[in-house]
Design a protein around this ligand. Structure first.
Ligand code: TPP
Ligand code: MG
Length: 902
């Protein structure tokens, strides 16, 4: 049984708050005995005895609960704190400047009618937590340090800008244009590398993504180190997250991995201001205690920073334990309310609960009671915790820091439920803020809400300089590789460029062979990072287990079951594959770490994450969106794709829309190839763009599990493959026949080719057949052309790539794919005045044979042929009776229910 700590010592002793002490005398004797052991033989012996008693009790059937929580006080007692090495007063003044500027930039962005949004209350609570990191812990990359990595709470961005402003890295002008991103002058609302590539490394504002990415980043740093790619020793990953954010499943999803992998390079700082957007995080409970249990249970080192130093004398005087008891039994809803009131309220409603605690503050004024600070606002306590975390070996550390949301905002939101949304302060509130933080501004100046810096040469300015000299600044600076790696020529992929002869293979197999080529490449090979979420065997990659090994920080401590086989399951400290287990979210986090290593570590690594395409963009689309923001460079491989091509798995597995989600990400380059040589050309060009040219794009390639014959790569089609469309088979023009244009992608292209044969043999219709490797790229091209033509009405109109391809090849268009019709519809506007018929797999998937499914979704060769005939009939080129004839001949059931309705 696992329980969190009962709130009172009495309850702790009894195991329940409700039951009364049955025999106080007996209890006392046991406690006295324990005290005596501690006094005479020391705490170690006491622990040993208790351990033995507990084990004994359990073997005798006593259900002893496991406590994962400790009393509601700081983990590090005052007498064991590392001393604060900074100049407290100067740091405090600098912090006040930062606070003011962070507030001012939001207030100014929302003055007049702009209403641009922004948050004041979050950074107000996080200021000290961030400041101590900047002043004492976070190294910028330099000759002597590889640089620490910091994931900030996204909506605390004003504070990070404000610090950069003091350091001189951001101008007045930029602060003035907070959230004015369009003309490139201003500062991004949140951390977005896409918008501010020289400032932000990690996109964190979609809650939960930062913490999970941080975990996998820390693990990736161990991987880079163990594989000898980068020396990452001494570098830390710091992840800031909100207490409300911890409700996002992703936020806590990586805890077990972090502990299992002993990621002592990872530090989480949870800003426990007890509030989220609407109200309290755990009004009826205590978020710090809850998180303590969760993190400790997962195997983390937990450091609670609950109380500031002004509580130390009170805790020292708390000989009865009543204060700690009261701290433990007070719920967060009340703690929040206290901070929205005043000292008298706290005295009456907190300390006043017991005579013992009331007496502790009897000599203090209400102001002094009010000044009793929370741990997260006390640089001494924060420093001590950070130092302990940074020095901790063998485990990741979480710091649970108690803070006040809207700290210093007073009537403008301090501790109030509405604090999160506050972005407009009136003059009185600005004045109160100024007074509270001793900001050197007069009443007259204040109305302008100016940005302020310490004067050059002042002690504050000098101190800041000194800190920057010690640690460098800008831990979030992105780097770039100096010398790009060499990319192999297309010929290197010869194995998948040739005719497969009698062998039938899938594009997944072709991809795996291509990957094999890369892994063996002298220069690129060691930088290839294959990533799987427990699906290697699904994609035929198990041969790589032995060949390049599965990364394991701890090596392989067991004899694998298949050790005597050729493709045994080899785990190795130098292993190359990241086998993440069943977590697409974890795997994509590793992928992002690898895909941005050029920026965070100054080395290029090339990740290939292969997954069930249905469990990619749909399931972890938000991560992939953030990956685009962060300018990731790598390959996502959507295996077993196509609603009718992955046939046996059924509704939840069969993907008919991942390409549409992929199409929404501007720097995602998506392809739906059919033939092995197309895969080769696309892979090689992806490497050229991302590695050789260092373009900030990433590739999504869907691969299939259907085996068929692949021809050799024809000449002269490479550009077409890459642009999204090329002529696969020209129509027979020797005889005068009605003509159609048939376009297909993925496995359905083969149905389209077969349809061309049916049309010719059964109906005397000639067809040009096009392989559309990317309907999405064709659409993007078309949209750019439309846009140019819109804005340049007097220029020679440009033509889309689709239009230029179809030129001279007459006839209506039928386009078909294994995705919903919207996918092929993307090119509808670009076929000129021709008729266009879209075929696709709209509706829920289901399990059956491919033949049955393609008939059910109406994308097989017969439907392609009938659609072509219909369009010819519409144009008056053949009679309608011919279409009806085809329907009868091919046994299509006109009354069959629509696939979207069944
Ligand atoms: C996935 C996601 N959902 C919702 C939001 C909107 N949002 C921004 S801040 C916030 C509240 C955050 O509370 P907490 O994590 O406790 O941070 P605090 O501001 O209190 O430090 C919400 C709901 C978001 N950014 N991301
Ligand atoms: Mg919060």
């Amino acid at each position: 049984m696992i329980e969190t700590q009962p709130s009172s010592p009495a309850a702790a002793r009894n195991g329940s708050a409700a039951s009364a002490e049955p025999d106080p005398q007996e209890t006392l004797e046991w406690i006295d005995a324990l005290d005596a052991v501690i006094a005479t033989e020391g705490p170690a012996r006491a622990r040993d005895l208790i351990d033995q008693l507990t084990a004994r009790a359990r073997t005798r059937g006593v259900d002893i609960p496991v406590h994962l929580t400790t009393p509601y006080i700081n983990t590090i007692p005052a007498d064991r704190q590392a001393p604060f090495p900074g100049d407290h007063d100067i740091e405090e003044r600098l912090r006040h400047y930062v606070r003011w500027n962070a507030m001012a930039m939001v207030v100014r962005a929302n003055k007049e009618a702009a209403d641009l949004g922004g948050h004041v209350a979050t950074f107000s609570s996080a200021a000290t937590l961030v400041d101590v990191g900047f002043n004492h812990f976070w190294h910028a990359p330099s000759a002597t340090h590889g640089g620490d990595l910091v994931y900030f709470q996204g909506h605390s961005s004003p504070g990070v800008y404000a610090r950069a402003f003091l350091e001189g890295r951001i101008s007045d002008e930029q602060l003035k244009y907070f959230r004015r991103e369009v003309d490139g002058k201003g500062l991004a609302s949140y951390p977005h590398s896409w918008l501010m590539p020289d400032f932000w490394q990690f996109a964190t504002v979609s809650m939960g993504l930062g913490p999970l990415q941080g975990v996998y980043q820390a693990r990736y740093m161990k991987y880079l180190h163990d594989r000898g790619i980068v020396d990452t020793s001494g570098r830390k990953v710091w992840v800031f997250l909100g207490d409300g954010e911890c409700d996002e499943p992703e936020a806590l999803a990586g805890l077990a991995l972090a502990a299992r992998e002993r990621l002592d390079n990872l530090i989480f700082v949870v800003n426990c201001n007890l509030q989220r957007l609407d109200g309290p995080v755990r009004g009826n409970g205590k978020i710090i205690q809850e998180l303590e249990g969760v993190f400790r249970g997962a195997g983390w080192n937990v450091l609670k920073v609950v109380w500031g130093r002004r509580w130390d004398p009170l805790l020292a005087k708390d000989t009865t334990g009543k204060l700690v008891q009261l701290m433990g039994e007070t719920v967060d809803g009340d703690y929040q309310t206290f901070k929205s009131r005043d000292g008298k309220y706290v005295r009456d409603n907190f300390f006043g609960k017991y005579p013992e605690t009331a007496r502790l503050v009897a000599e203090m004024s209400d102001d002094d009671v009010w000044r009793l600070n929370r741990g997260g606002h006390d640089p001494y306590k924060v420093y001590a915790a950070y130092k302990a975390a940074a020095d901790h070996v063998g485990q990741p550390t979480v710091i649970l820091a108690k803070t006040v949301k809207g700290y210093g905002l007073g009537s403008a939101g301090e501790g109030m439920n509405v604090a999160h949304q506050q972005k407009k302060l009136v003059v009185d509130q600005l004045r109160a803020f100024r007074d509270r933080f001793a900001i050197p501004l007069s009443d007259a100046q204040i109305e302008e809400v100016p940005f302020i810096r310490p004067a050059a040469g002042s002690p504050e300015a000098n101190y800041l300089k000194e800190r920057i000299a010690a640690l460098g600044s800008v831990p979030q600076r992105r780097r770039n590789v100096e010398k790009p790696l060499a990319v192999p020529e297309l010929a290197a992929f010869d194995a998948i460029l040739q005719d497969t002869g009698d062998r039938e293979i899938s594009t997944t197999m072709a991809f795996v062979r291509g990957l094999g080529v890369l892994v063996r490449d002298k220069e690129l090979g060691p930088r290839i990072v294959p990533i799987v979420a427990d699906e290697s065997r699904t994609f035929g990659m198990e041969g790589m287990f032995r060949q390049i090994g599965i990364y394991s920080g701890g090596g392989q401590l067991y004899r694998p079951q298949d050790a005597d086989q050729l493709m045994w399951y080899r785990e190795d400290k130098n292993g190359q594959i990241l086998q993440e287990g069943i977590t697409e979210a974890g795997a994509i986090s590793s992928w992002v770490a690898a895909a941005t290593a050029y920026s965070t570590h100054g080395v290029q690594t090339i990740p290939f994450f292969i997954f069930y395409s249905m469990f990619g963009f749909q399931r972890i689309g938000d991560f992939i969106w953030a990956a685009g923001d962060m300018r990731s460079r790598g390959f996502l491989i959507g295996g077993t794709s196509g609603r009718t091509t992955l046939n046996g798995e059924g509704l939840q597995h069969e993907d008919g829309h991942s390409h549409l989600i992929a199409s929404t990400i501007p720097n995602c380059v998506p392809y739906d190839p059919t033939y092995a040589y197309e895969v080769a050309v696309i892979m090689r060009d992806g490497l050229r763009r991302m590695i050789a040219n260092q373009e900030d794009v990433f590739y999504y390639i869907t691969t299939l599990n259907e085996n068929y014959h692949h021809p050799a790569k024809p000449d002269g089609i490479d550009e077409g493959i890459l642009k999204g469309m090329y002529l696969l088979r020209a129509a027979d023009e020797s005889k005068k026949m009605p003509r159609v244009q048939l376009i297909g992608s993925g496995a359905i292209l083969r149905e389209v080719e077969a349809a061309a044969d049916l049309l010719r043999d059964d109906f005397g219709v000639a067809a040009d057949v096009w392989s559309a490797t990317s309907f999405t790229l064709l659409r993007r091209d078309g949209m750019e052309v439309d846009r140019f033509n819109l804005l340049h009405p007097e220029a020679e109109p440009k033509r889309s790539y689709v239009e230029t391809m179809l030129e001279g090849r007459p006839g209506p268009v039928v386009a078909a794919s294994d995705y919903i019709k919207t996918f092929v519809d993307q090119i509808r506007p670009y076929v000129g005045k021709r008729a266009f018929h879209a075929l696709g797999t709209d509706g829920f998937g289901r399990s059956d044979t491919r033949k049955q499914l393609r008939s059910f979704f109406e994308v097989d060769r017969r439907y392609v042929a009938v659609a072509a005939l219909l369009q010819l009939a519409n144009e008056g080129l053949i009679g309608r009776a011919r279409v009806a004839e085809a329907i009868a001949k091919y046994e299509l059931d006109p009354e069959k229910p629509s696939p979207v309705s069944v």
